[in-house]
Structure formats: structure tokens, C-alpha cells
Design a protein around this ligand. Structure first.
Ligand SMILES: CC(C)(COP(=O)(O)OP(=O)(O)OC[C@H]1O[C@@H](n2cnc3c(N)ncnc32)[C@H](O)[C@@H]1OP(=O)(O)O)[C@@H](O)C(=O)NCCC(=O)NCCS
Length: 191
């Protein structure tokens, strides 16, 4: 089992992975570190049929409806990873490459790319699916950042991410560069 941990640079793998025992250890109450969670534990697929009320006059799903579903699918993956309340902190750039038509399925695949301290990046890939032919088209990709919060809305630590595949590790690596860019552009509170 591999545990993605960006703070452990210097291991034999340039991108620093560490074998860990994921079995729960007994720790005094209040000092327990969140246990690592595998990417597959929070991976989410959501499917809906596009209905007329979701569409514009051309019969294409509205962009705002896609954004809503992207946020829901991403939030489910974040909830499954954190098992806590989460809020959406940011959504990166979104392109709509192909229309999704009334009667087609919209398929959303969400997975956690990287867990940071109190935040995590979730990638959501959106496809259209023709119910008769089964043809799928990639229509949108989005990266969202969620922050785990307590009942008062204060940020709390998120469990580390356990990467299982080469693809998980590639996404984990790439997420760090995106975080740097988005934090450089983040809204700054006025004092
Ligand atoms: C997101 C929120 C909890 C951050 O609170 P904050 O007091 O600014 O917290 P911090 O500066 O300590 O940041 C907490 C984490 O959020 C991340 N973060 C904050 N703003 C971010 C942004 N715009 N993009 C990406 N990450 C962001 C920080 O990097 C930090 O992550 P880390 O602990 O993993 O390093 C707070 O701004 C909030 O509640 N926003 C409203 C969320 C909401 O209601 N969303 C629904 C749509 S309105």
C-alpha cells in the first residue's frame, strides 16, 4: 500500500511515497491523527438524464446546471474522503467542450487528487452518454478545492490520501502546481 505524502521528499521516489500501516492505532482521545484514505474509497460516479427544464432553447444542458452537478459530485467525493462537513473554497477554470442534449445522460466522475492540511483538491470529469448508442464524449473537466470544517465552520485537518495507481500518483503530483497557482490568485481579505 502506498501513502502519498508530499512532505516526505527524499525517499527513493522523487514524489515521495511511504509505506504505512493503515490499521487503526489506539491513541489518547483528542490526539488522534486522521487515518489515510485510499483514492478508491471516495471515488464517485453520478449519472443523471438531461431533462427539458435543465436545457436552453437549443436543447443543450445549461452551463450553470453542469456547474451545479460538478460541485455536488466533487462534494460527495470530498465528504467520503473527510467524513466531515466540507465547503467549496474554489473552482478552477471550466470549459464546455461539447453540448449535452436533452435525453442524453450526463456522467460525472469525481476523485480526490490530493489532500493538503485542511483542504483537498477534487477533479471532476464530465461526459455525455447517448442512451441508444452508448457513445460517450468528454465535455468538461474541473478542479475544485474543498475545505473540511467543524460545526462552526472552522477549518479542520483532512485525512492524508493513499494513492493506489500510477494515475493516482500523477494526479497527486500535478495537484501541487495547481494549488500554488490558485492560492496566488485567491481572494485576499481586507484587514
Ligand atoms: C473556505 C474557508 C473555510 C477558508 O477559510 P479561511 O479562514 O480563509 O481559512 P484559511 O486561510 O485558514 O484556509 C483554510 C484552507 O483553505 C484553503 N483555501 C482558502 N481559500 C482558498 C481558495 N480560494 N482556493 C483554494 N484553497 C483555499 C487554504 O489553502 C487552506 O488550506 P490548507 O489548510 O490545506 O493549506 C472560508 O473562506 C469559507 O467558509 N468560505 C465560504 C465557503 C462556502 O460557503 N462555499 C460555498 C459557496 S459560497
Amino acid at each position: 500500500m502506498r501513502f502519498c505524502n508530499g512532505s516526505l521528499v527524499g525517499s527513493s521516489n522523487a514524489f515521495a511515497t511511504q509505506d504505512v500501516n493503515l490499521t487503526k492505532k489506539r491513541q489518547p482521545a483528542g490526539t488522534r491523527e486522521p487515518a489515510g484514505r485510499r483514492v478508491s474509497e471516495s471515488r464517485t460516479e453520478m449519472v443523471e438524464v438531461v431533462l427539458p427544464q435543465d436545457a436552453n432553447v437549443l436543447g443543450n444542458i445549461l452551463g450553470g446546471r453542469v456547474m451545479h452537478l460538478v460541485d455536488i459530485a466533487g462534494a460527495i467525493a470530498a465528504h467520503r474522503h473527510c467524513r466531515s462537513h466540507v465547503v467549496t473554497a474554489s473552482v478552477d477554470h471550466l470549459d464546455f467542450r461539447n453540448p449535452i442534449l436533452i435525453g442524453e445522460l450526463i456522467v460525472l466522475k469525481a476523485s480526490v487528487n490530493r489532500a493538503f492540511h485542511t483542504s483537498l483538491e477534487v477533479g471532476v470529469k464530465v461526459f455525455s452518454e447517448n442512451v441508444l448508442s452508448g457513445e460517450r464524449k468528454h465535455t468538461t473537466s474541473a478542479y475544485l478545492t474543498y475545505v473540511a470544517v467543524d460545526a462552526e465552520g472552522r477549518p479542520i485537518p483532512v485525512p492524508p490520501l493513499v494513492c493506489e495507481t500510477a494515475e493516482d500518483r500523477r494526479r497527486f503530483r500535478d495537484a501541487l502546481a495547481r494549488r500554488k497557482t490558485r492560492l496566488a490568485h485567491r481572494y485576499k481579505r481586507t484587514p
